[in-house]
Design a protein around this ligand. Structure first.
Ligand SMILES: Nc1nc2c(c(=O)[nH]1)N[C@H]1C(S)=C(S)[C@@H](COP(=O)(O)O)O[C@H]1N2
Ligand SMILES: [Mo]
Length: 262
């Protein structure tokens, strides 16, 4: 993951998020932000905020003190699966919306639209594959929400598609299962808890800003969750599986916090 060259992108928006990002940046310093985050901002809810592994370190105490005031407020909507994340007017959409992946923009995967089939497996009754027109034929929802990346930037974007709760019901998923896992066309992978999968704002996104999801933002589909940090939102989703066996994730397996949000 690259550190954004221009530093954090903090768009107009709620002051809580702006303050959170400001404080993180101030505390860490631009150059050493990642190292600092890994070392320090790691206990309990703080771990959720940063998505980093716990490390017993005296800096933890200092960091906790610094961000304790924002912690509860931020968690209140970012990390509580029972609450709704804020939505924003179209005028607040960040343009251009940033691209991020574990590789550069020139290496973005191009998925072929006509041959693409979404695979569904694990604890579901209907394992048939889905072509894109079938997903587009389901009822669509759209919302403008804030995406927060642990690298210290956030941005507001507009995603549309199928309610993921509806999709899971449609495939007969075992809604009491613990996890939903995702495999992506670029070999990225991640997994989420079932309450987040069923959250009303979790969308199997097929569009960005009213247009077919472009390759950079994850064509043919991305799981969009405003209650989860950026790395929990898989792009180029190729396969979805429901399971009780912990599936991990690309960054999670390298020490990022699995919850990464609610
Ligand atoms: N398939 C895939 N999904 C991914 C990633 C990736 O590298 N590959 N990166 C994650 C991270 S860290 C972020 S911040 C967001 C970036 O999404 P964007 O390019 O739409 O801003 O995608 C997330 N989902
Ligand atoms: Mo990210």
């Amino acid at each position: 993951m690259k550190i954004n060259a221009q530093g954090p992108v903090v768009t107009n928006g709620d002051s809580i998020v702006r303050e959170a990002v400001d404080r993180l940046n101030h505390a860490a310093g631009n150059a050493s932000r990642r190292a600092f985050l890994r070392r320090s901002l790691t206990l309990g809810g703080v771990a959720m905020l940063t998505g980093c592994a716990l490390d017993d370190d005296e800096n933890v105490q200092k960091a906790l003190a610094r961000i304790s005031r924002i912690n509860d407020d931020v968690q209140g909507w970012l990390f509580n699966p029972r609450r709704l994340a804020p939505t924003y007017p179209d005028s607040m959409i960040t343009r251009p919306f940033p691209f991020n992946a574990y590789y550069g923009e020139s290496e973005v995967r191009k998925v072929d639209q006509s041959s693409f089939r979404l695979e569904v497996s694990g604890l579901v009754t209907d394992k048939r594959k889905w072509a894109l027109p079938e997903l587009r034929a389901m009822p669509q929802i759209e919302q403008v929400t804030r995406h927060i990346c642990v690298e210290g930037w956030s941005a507001i974007g507009k995603w549309g598609g199928v309610s993921f709760a509806s999709f899971l019901s449609r495939v007969g998923a075992d809604l009491s299962a613990k996890y939903v896992g995702f495999k992506c066309a670029d070999d990225y992978y991640t997994s989420i808890d079932m309450p987040t999968a069923l959250h009303p704002q979790t969308i199997l996104a097929l569009t960005y800003d009213g247009q077919q999801l472009p390759p950079v933002y994850g064509f043919p589909m991305k799981l969009r969750m405003p209650t989860k940090l950026g790395y929990k939102n898989p792009k180029h989703v190729q396969a979805i599986f429901v399971t009780n066996t912990y599936p991990g994730g690309y960054w999670e397996d390298q020490g990022y916090n699995w919850f990464g949000g609610s």
